[in-house]
Write a protein that binds this ligand. Structure first.
Ligand code: COA
Length: 475
């Protein structure tokens, strides 16, 4: 019902301004109320009290491991009803990976699958397909990150899905887009390497490095979520679904964009903000690894603070930004460098970065990273203390904003998780624990899909929803 109303409003909003062009001034407030997705009213409820952004959206979540689950977890936090389909008896493979509490779902799983419901279905069983068909008819989006071709092998081709439900959006993560590698299975570090991140990470005289941030998996999941909400928005106008594809290689490359920028700059001369320029080391024909140089053109380094190197995280990222060069000189006790032509301009400083950062480090080593941070921020010098995961876990301000949350789980007890990093004033996130394997099978069959009791019994007795071991025992 609500959807029909929205559609009508959208058509009206489109037709009106064209007909009443001369009266544009008067029409403006009305048009504003009906613009965008066609909402014809402005809610009178207090912010945060009028539901969530994706209320009413149903997701058939066929994802596993990290990339896909990151995406559907975000959609769930925005209010979508995420129904996670898992293989009977096994479930998402991460449930049993890196297990820290015997018998409980791993943190790997619980931290990527909040706010979802779980149903177990053997998609290769005819009765399993019967349930999947109903889910396809009911849901708005199917999200999957199987190996290339796996969805087709289940019989769930785009043509099949689109025929059953023309409004269905089919969203996929794959390792590579169309091309020579499209059939490859891909994990995080493969994507980091193939997307250009590894070749540009690390020190010039060392091997390529992968980063701890999961830019291939979680990064691509984020990209996919944006594609899905955009497709949902377009569907309001077109009435039809579409395919959304995010290749992990593409996602990593998007996040490594500045390094492709530098690749092209190389044709016009050396990259002067890279430390190797100041050290007189010639550039090759590809963007080099730049250690801890900043990617933004302002020289930056990680410097020791009081306690280093015994404390592996007693370091701070320090940027000698040109606009704050004066305050930096005053702070480190080198006021003469403000006017000395050898140091006064960014160009003059470039060949002396080792000397300059050495002098700054003499100063930072006399203070803790937090003391350096406080002193620098007083005079608007941006610095980054290297925070350990322990410090982040204990940081009260992150707890206060819900970025770090404590969640209770019936099997593992309390654990910390990262909450929704995207804060919306009218769609408030409440983080709920991840589902147990198949926890919601019955309620989805009856309440979401409307199967009668005898049909549920028929499906269950067929073995389509239970583990093969059980089938063998029963036989
Ligand atoms: N019922 C029956 N079969 C199921 C099922 C279910 N509910 N869920 C999955 N399966 C089957 C699949 O159909 C597939 O069978 P097939 O090979 O006979 O077609 C099989 O399980 C394995 O699926 P697959 O996706 O190949 O898992 P994998 O463990 O072999 O590979 C990845 C894992 C991540 C490498 C692979 O899925 C992949 O490359 N995904 C795309 C990129 C990606 O997201 N990578 C990052 C993950 S964080």
């Amino acid at each position: 019902m609500a959807k029909k109303k929205l559609k009508k409003a959208a058509v009206k909003a489109k037709a009106k301004p064209a007909a009443k062009k001369p009266a544009a001034k008067k029409a403006a407030p009305k048009a504003a109320a009906k613009n965008g997705n066609g909402a014809a009213r402005v809610s009178k409820k207090a912010f945060g009290m009028d539901g969530k952004a994706l209320d009413g959206v149903k997701i058939l979540d066929f994802t596993h491991v990290q990339s896909g689950p990151t995406c559907t977890q975000l959609l769930a936090w925005f209010g979508a009803d995420v129904i996670k389909v898992e293989r009977p008896g096994v479930g998402d493979i991460t449930r049993g990976q890196l297990v820290d509490v015997k018998g409980a779902d791993s943190l790997y799983f619980t931290m990527l699958n909040h706010n979802k419901r779980s149903i177990t279905i053997d998609s290769k069983h005819p009765q399993g397909m019967r349930v999947l068909n109903e889910l396809i008819k009911t849901c708005d989006v199917l999200v999957e990150n199987f190996a290339p071709g796996a969805l087709d092998r289940m019989g769930l081709t785009w043509e099949y899905i689109h025929k059953l439900n023309p409004r269905m959006i089919v969203a996929s993560v794959k390792g590579f887009g169309p091309g020579p590698y499209e059939d490859c299975k891909v994990y995080e570090n493969v994507a980091q390497c193939a997307g250009g991140s590894a070749s540009t990470t690390g020190f010039r005289d060392g091997p390529p490095l992968v980063t701890g941030a999961q830019i291939g998996d979680s990064g691509t999941g984020l990209h996919l979520a944006l594609g899905i909400v955009s497709a949902l928005y377009q569907r309001i106008r077109t009435g039809r679904g579409q395919k959304v594809l995010c290749a992990m290689q593409d996602g990593v490359l998007n996040l490594s964009r500045v390094k492709l920028r530098d690749q092209q700059r190389l044709a016009h001369g050396p990259l002067t903000e890279y430390s190797q320029y100041g050290e007189g080391i010639p550039f090759g024909d590809a963007t080099p690894r730049a250690g801890n140089d900043s990617g933004g053109g302002q020289p930056g380094r990680i410097l020791k603070c009081k306690g280093a190197p015994e404390d592996p995280n007693a370091y701070i990222y320090f940027i000698t930004q040109a606009p704050v060069w004066g305050p930096i000189c005053d702070l480190i006790g080198e006021p003469g460098w403000k006017t000395d032509p050898e140091f006064a301009t960014p160009r003059a400083r470039l060949p002396k970065l080792n000397q300059i950062f050495g002098r700054i480090e003499d100063w930072t080593m006399t203070k803790t990273k937090f003391e350096v941070m406080n002193l620098c921020n007083e005079v608007d010098i941006p610095v980054g203390p290297i925070l350990s995961m322990k410090e982040i876990a204990d940081e009260q301000s992150l707890r206060d904003t819900g970025t770090v949350v404590e969640v209770d789980h019936p099997v593992r007890g309390k654990y910390l998780s990262v909450g929704n990093p995207i804060k919306m004033s009218d769609s408030i996130t409440e983080v709920e624990r991840s589902p147990l394997l198949g926890e919601h099978t019955d309620e989805i069959l009856t309440k979401v899909l409307g199967f009668k009791a005898y049909e549920v019994a028929e499906i269950k007795n067929s073995g389509a929803l239970s583990a093969p071991e059980k089938k063998e025992k029963a036989a």
